[in-house]
Design a protein around this ligand. Structure first.
Ligand SMILES: [Zn+2]
Length: 327
C-alpha cells in the first residue's frame, strides 16, 4: 500500500478515502485576518484540493499580533496575495486562488462558483449576512466564526432545518467590536481552528458537523454549546427574501474593524484610470505602487477602484477621497 508521505498521519484518522474527499473539495475562505489566515493555513496543510482566498485588505503592523501567517516584510502588501504565496510554500500540490476583492452582491455569484464549503472569517455583520443569503439560497455549508476580546463563537449553517445566521443575529445589532474590546490571538486561534475543523469534518463525514452554537471564553476556558432555534419568521431561511444578495440592502462607505480605515469606491472606474491616478499622485508626493495597489500618504488605491483611507471619521475620509481621487 502506497501511503502519501505528506498526509500519512492524517490518513490514519480520516482514512485514504477521507483524504481523497478533501483532495476533491473546493473551499473558500472569506476574510484573511486573524481567523481566515489561520484557517486557510490549516486547510492547505490538510490537503484541501482547491482553496480560494478572498480579502479586500492590506496588511498593517497591528495585524501581526494575531495574523501569524504574515510578517514585518508583508506590511503594506495585500493579504490575499501574501497568503497565497505563503500557502504555496507550505503545499504546492494544491490549487490556491487569490482574489483581492471586496465581496458584494454584484460579484458574489462569480467569486463563489462551484464551492463545497465557505468559511466566514469576515469582521462585519454586513458581509456575514451577504454570505448567509448566498449559502441559504444555494444550500452551501457556511462555517461562521467570530471573535472579540477574549470571547469567540462558532456556528455552522447547513441544511434547511437548521437556523441560519439571520435567525441568530436577527436584531442586526453589532455589539462590541475589536475596535472597542480588542482581540486576543489565542481566542482567534481557537475559533479559526474550530472553523477549519468543521470544514474538514463536513467534507469527510457530515455526521460530525456541530449542530449547536458554540460560545467560547479563553479567560475562563469555558466552551458552551447553545441550542439555536430556527426563527419561524426568518426573512432568509423561511421566507427566502435575500435582501443582501439582491442588493436591496447595500453598503456605502465601509468602516474596517479594528482601525480608523474607511473604504470608498470610485464610480465607473476603469482599470486604465488606475495608472492615471497613480501618475497624478506621484506629482504630489511619494507613491509606492505594487501593481495591484498603490500607497500614497493615508490612502491606498486598488485596481478595482476601491480606495482605503485612514481617517478619524467617514466625513474626513470622504474629504481626502474628493481631494486626491475625485468623484
Ligand atoms: Zn434564518
Amino acid at each position: 500500500m502506497v501511503i502519501n508521505e505528506r498526509y500519512k498521519k492524517q490518513e490514519l484518522v480520516l482514512g485514504k478515502e477521507g483524504q481523497k474527499k478533501l483532495a476533491k473539495a473546493t473551499v473558500a475562505v472569506v476574510g484573511l485576518g486573524a481567523l481566515g489566515s489561520n484557517c486557510a493555513e490549516l486547510l492547505a496543510r490538510a490537503g484541501i484540493g482547491k482553496v480560494m482566498l478572498i480579502d479586500r485588505d492590506i496588511i498593517s503592523l497591528d495585524n501581526l499580533q494575531r495574523q501569524h501567517l504574515y510578517d514585518e516584510e508583508d506590511v503594506g502588501k495585500a493579504k490575499a496575495v501574501v497568503c497565497k504565496e505563503k500557502l504555496l510554500k507550505i503545499n504546492s500540490n494544491i490549487v490556491i486562488q487569490d482574489e483581492l476583492a471586496d465581496i458584494t452582491w454584484k460579484n458574489i455569484n462569480q467569486l463563489l462558483k462551484n464551492i463545497d464549503c465557505i468559511i466566514d472569517c469576515t469582521d462585519n455583520l454586513f458581509t456575514r449576512m451577504l454570505l448567509n443569503d448566498f449559502c441559504v439560497k444555494s444550500n452551501i455549508v457556511l462555517a461562521h466564526g467570530a471573535v472579540v476580546g477574549n470571547k469567540g463563537s462558532l456556528y455552522v449553517v447547513s441544511g434547511k432545518e437548521k437556523a441560519c445566521l439571520a435567525c441568530i443575529y436577527f436584531d442586526k445589532i453589532s455589539h462590541e467590536t475589536c475596535d472597542t474590546a480588542g482581540v486576543l490571538n489565542t481566542a482567534s486561534c481557537v475559533v479559526s481552528n474550530l472553523q477549519a475543523n468543521e470544514c474538514i469534518k463536513f467534507l469527510w463525514n457530515k455526521h460530525y458537523v456541530e449542530q449547536n452554537f458554540l460560545r467560547i471564553d479563553v479567560l475562563t476556558n469555558s466552551f458552551e454549546k447553545l441550542r439555536v432555534k430556527k426563527n419561524r419568521n426568518c426573512l432568509v431561511c423561511v421566507k427566502n427574501e435575500f435582501q443582501y444578495l439582491s442588493g436591496k440592502i447595500e453598503q456605502k462607505a465601509v468602516h474596517y474593524c479594528g482601525s480608523f480605515q474607511y473604504q470608498l469606491e470610485k464610480k465607473n472606474f476603469f482599470k486604465k484610470e488606475y495608472k492615471n491616478i497613480v501618475d497624478k499622485l506621484k506629482k504630489l508626493g511619494k507613491v509606492v505602487d505594487l501593481g495591484y495597489c498603490a500607497h500614497f500618504d493615508d490612502l491606498t488605491l486598488f485596481l478595482d477602484g476601491r480606495v482605503l483611507i485612514k481617517a478619524k471619521d467617514e466625513k474626513e475620509a470622504r474629504k481626502i477621497f474628493d481631494k486626491y481621487i475625485g468623484c
